[in-house]
Design a protein around this ligand. Sequence first.
Ligand code: R5P
Length: 313
Amino acid sequence: MKVISGTANVPLTTAIANVLDLPQTHVDIKRFRDQEIFVRINENVRGEDIFLVQPTSAPANDHLMELLIMIDALVRASAKRITAVVPYFGYARQDRKTGGRTPISAKLVANLISEAGAHRVLTMDLHAGQIQGFFDIPTDNLFSQPVFEADIHEKIPPKRHDNLLFVSPDTGGVVRTRSLAKQFNSDIAIVDKRRPVVGESEVMNIIGDVKGRDCILFDDIIDSGSTLCSASEALLNHGATSVSAYITHGVLSNPAVERITKSMLDEVVITDTIAQPDKVKSCEKIREASVATLLGKAIKRIANDESVSKLFE
Ligand code: R5P
């Protein structure tokens, strides 16, 4: 069994390799002058069970292409089994035709990964569960929930748990929010959101009584920060005592960090599925909770042909 990293999130791969107590396989990844990608795996991988870690985060197209080229290199080097570990699966939000003559890019990207030669995919909090079915190879979709659950237990004293209210920032996130709320015997509220233009969200209504409650928004992605910041403002306007957020994938495109800094949010906790620039690391309102142990445990179970769903029972 070997762990290999693309360039998208080396710190996460290093943390996973530490959990597994394995060295990382050495690989050269270079760019030609015209930005074509060149890859050389620097050690023998013949007959090996390979776990290749590469989220397809920004720059999404470069990271995706690098993933495909690395898979091709591993296939041609006679690896026995290649698992594409894609902690953040970019393009996931393009999972249906949104109008005439538009693509379903999530399906196209899933096809590209299997056509390149991956035998399995390991990912986390897919934007919609059914995207798992876009892959024609076995795909394990992990949930960040246990990591967030542990973080809440660690950071929020038990006497305050009764006042927690878990909030889904849109109707699409209700199932995941209810599942987290259940662990704290809490209720949920739902934000009814509209998107007048891309990158801007508008709150229409709040379903549920948020007055006097410590609200925790739970979402899969924070991109421009518009959904999160407008939802937190609306919750406070409806009488919430405080608002914080747990979000799996910190896409954090501009101006998300500025929006969070200026917002009334107490804190935004993201995972390390996406490597963050210094600007995010130095933002006082953003904190990272690592999913490396969870991914490491899942990798171990896949390698040993054991159940992955057991991790969530
Ligand atoms: C949408 O359905 C997702 O779950 C997120 O709420 C959305 O991608 C966040 O985007 P933004 O931060 O740009 O509002």
